[in-house]
Design a protein around this ligand. Structure first.
Ligand code: NAD
Ligand code: AKB
Length: 399
């Protein structure tokens, strides 16, 4: 994880806090500033340029307390960089680090790296089931933070449950062991799939019944427990979130139950009717990818002293049914049509998951707040999918 080399709690009115006192310190590579610390809902910013940090602080109301963390350069390994999340997380982390650290894009021989990721920084062949390949990348690049995104999503996992366990759990064990030996922090996403049919469906609490009925869900609960075990037993800095279904346009989703909420946009923009595999009145929780990426970064730079939970935080942004999403799209594309051909597997998984999660703990412990609701997500998705179609990219599904 981040190596905090200095941590001070200061008042921005105090004379000590002037441009010289920040710029004068040469020992840090990144500056993290958290507003209203340590109150609940404190907001954290990662700033790579101390001058910009100082200017933005001057704009704040005087008298606010702020926490300033001076942290060392980070070298990050992202395992699973070619997926729906990884393909957006790698460029986002590179932008955040702003050349003060290295982001290594891990990929497997089965999935070539997108050109933009390959050209913008280092990459390494990393198979999560092959411990040596993780170790080589960690040692070669002096990695201090691992984002472990390798997994088989819920629908795919049901057709190859042993493989899903191997990648999700034996793979995670490898990552945690390497992290323990090399003092790395680890982020391994969990999911709404960690919950099951006995879980309270509405405003699902952070700590509640977790008896999933899918192999995907079983790997997610086990992964949460294993990650907490490494934190409690070895002080390995593990942190994670329970993502809802993620909506994005850059990379198609990889075989999940919530994939419909991405595919629908491609049909709508192409002027085609969409055949939905989920029944019209089935609610699930969703999040737009920019929020998901921000969460992955903000949690990993959060002050560890404020984290009472670690693996994993409930996250939420919007909850809707296919019919509600179709209606929202129809407001922008009036002749859009949706029909339903329910896939029994995906439908039964969807019905076993919560409708909406309570994310209070994430708000209180690391200041989490989503920016996108359904309406502005729909507008942004339609615009961006149209842009991609104009450029000749027409893929809404994994090849
Ligand atoms: P994805 O299927 O799009 O990508 C998974 C990535 O893992 C791919 O790059 C794949 O090549 C890689 N991978 C598979 N087997 C591997 C192995 N043996 N070694 C190394 N890499 C391997 O998945 P995603 O949507 O990007 O999800 C990433 C993580 O987030 C997963 O843990 C997933 O369960 C979780 N999550 C995703 C969503 C979502 O809606 N996308 C929601 C909740 C949680
Ligand atoms: C899936 O549907 O499997 C994923 C998830 C919500 O974990 N998108």
């Amino acid at each position: 994880m981040l190596h905090i080399t200095g941590l001070s709690h200061i008042d921005i009115d105090q004379p000590i806090f002037n441009s010289q006192s920040i710029i004068g310190k040469r020992s840090f590579d990144l500056l993290i500033i958290s507003k209203n610390w340590p109150s609940p809902g404190a907001k954290t910013w990662l700033v790579t340029n101390p001058l910009i940090a100082f200017r933005s602080l001057q704009n704040w109301e005087s008298g606010r307390s702020v926490e300033v963390s001076l942290i060392k350069m980070k070298n990050i390994l992202v395992i699973g960089s070619t997926g729906q999340i990884g393909s957006e997380l790698v460029p986002a982390l590179r932008t955040y680090l702003n050349e003060t650290g290295t982001v290594v894009a891990g990929y497997t021989s089965r999935t070539p790296l997108p050109q933009d990721i390959k050209e913008a920084g280092p990459s390494a062949l990393v198979n999560v089931c092959d411990k040596a390949s993780i170790e080589t990348a960690v040692k070669n690049y002096e990695i201090d933070t691992i984002y472990n995104l390798a997994a088989l999503l819920s629908a795919t996992a049901e057709s190859v449950p042993l493989k899903a366990w191997d990648v999700g759990i034996n793979g995670l064990f490898n990552v945690l062991e390497i992290a323990r030996e090399n003092h790395c922090s680890v982020f391994t996403p969990s999911s709404i799939g960690a919950f099951g049919p006995n879980t309270p469906k509405l405003n699902t609490p952070q700590d509640t019944i977790m008896r999933p009925t899918t192999m995907y869900g079983i790997t997610k609960v086990t992964g949460e427990l294993l990650s907490n075990y490494y934190y409690n037993k070895y002080e390995t800095d593990t942190r994670s979130v329970r993502y809802p279904g993620l909506i994005s346009y850059k990379t198609p989703p990889g075989g999940g139950t919530t994939d419909y909420a991405v595919e629908i946009f491609w049909s709508a923009v192409k002027g085609e009717p969409y055949k939905c595999p989920i029944a019209p009145d089935t609610p699930m929780d969703f999040m737009y990818m920019p929020d998901a990426i921000r969460a992955a970064i903000e949690l990993m730079i959060a002050n560890p002293e404020n984290l009472k939970h670690r693996n994993s935080f409930n996250l939420s942004a919007m909850s809707f049914t296919p019919a509600q999403l179709a209606k929202s799209i129809s407001k922008k594309i009036s002749d859009f049509k949706i029909t339903y051909e329910v896939d029994p597997l995906r439908q039964s998984i969807a019905e076993s998951w919560p409708d909406s999660l309570d994310e209070t703990c994430a708000e209180e412990e690391w200041g989490w707040k989503p920016e996108f609701d359904m309406e502005n997500m729909v507008g942004d998705m339609l615009e961006n999918v149209q842009g991609l179609l104009n450029k000749g990219n027409s893929s809404s599904k994994k090849e």
